[in-house]
Write a protein that binds this ligand. Sequence first.
Ligand code: ADP
Ligand code: MG
Length: 330
Amino acid sequence: MTLSLRDVAVAYDGVEAIREVSLDLPDGQVLAVLGPSGSGKSTLLRAIAGLEPAKGTIAWDGRDLGGVPTHKRGFALMFQDGQLFAHLSVAANVAYPLKLRRTPRAERQRRVAELLTLVGLEGYDGRLPGTLSGGERQRVALARALAVEPRLLLLDEPLSALDAGLRERLAADLRAILVAAGTTALLVTHDQEEAYAVADRLAVVRDGHLVQEGPVAEVWRQPADAATALFLGYARVLTGAAAAAVCAAAGVATDGPVAVAVRRSALVLAEDGPLSGVVVSARVTPDQLRLVVDVEGVGEVDAVAGTTAHPGPGERVRLRAEQARLSIVP
Ligand code: ADP
Ligand code: MG
């Protein structure tokens, strides 16, 4: 284990923004701290960085970091706006932390070239930040954060200022770069897709509490509760007769009453499907027909079909449920 937190709490003016947070971050892994705006993510990151006084224990390799100032923790930080020095070139920005450490010039140049290659900015050495796109600026900020080989990289919404398409591509690149560098990292984000694309593990926070923590696939398959399932991106959480009907249609055996989280594409048009309903609306996309179907005993659900089927509003259809796209939640 590298980073471990025990009962960490931070209060502003007597009001706790985070409380009872305990978690361990294994060496070389990327943990996404995922939660809605105001849930305490940045506060947690600032506490780990030593920028916010915290109760409880924050330790590295078993050593309590209480009283260790930020610059002596061996961590690097990166924020939503990379906070580059506008008057320094790309190379000088990346070299800056190495210069502070008095790394010899030749070694510095070698390392800057290596880092710019790592983040896909070969040949950008002489450019000024003002001439770069938002995505390029964040790549420079990442290279600068990695320059001193931090034992932990703390990233606070590093991609949030970018537009959606670019964010998606850069998320994949960010994961590749962190894996290539072997960096242990903690990524704070409100964006589920970003968390899934970048992280090995997820810590879901809500109202200052850690709701669930574990490997990404595990958290996704087994959300801690209904609110977490919806936040993770499930389309609906069904209860009562509706949950029982959908589980039965998917061949999922249930033991008494359950709640079931349903993905958007969990229900599929099928002539011999066990659920019957009436089409409320139908929308054609290039590769799918997306339906809203009012199913007896269930209510309105999203369903998908291939584009060869064209049931229109008011038409009766049958659906089956895909087991792999349902999760029972407590
Ligand atoms: P997130 O990063 O998840 O959006 P934050 O950690 O920034 O959330 O904030 C969590 C809560 O703490 C919010 O209610 C916020 O208003 C409050 N908060 C954050 N920073 C301060 C501060 N410096 N002073 C007082 N309250 C703060
Ligand atoms: Mg924040």
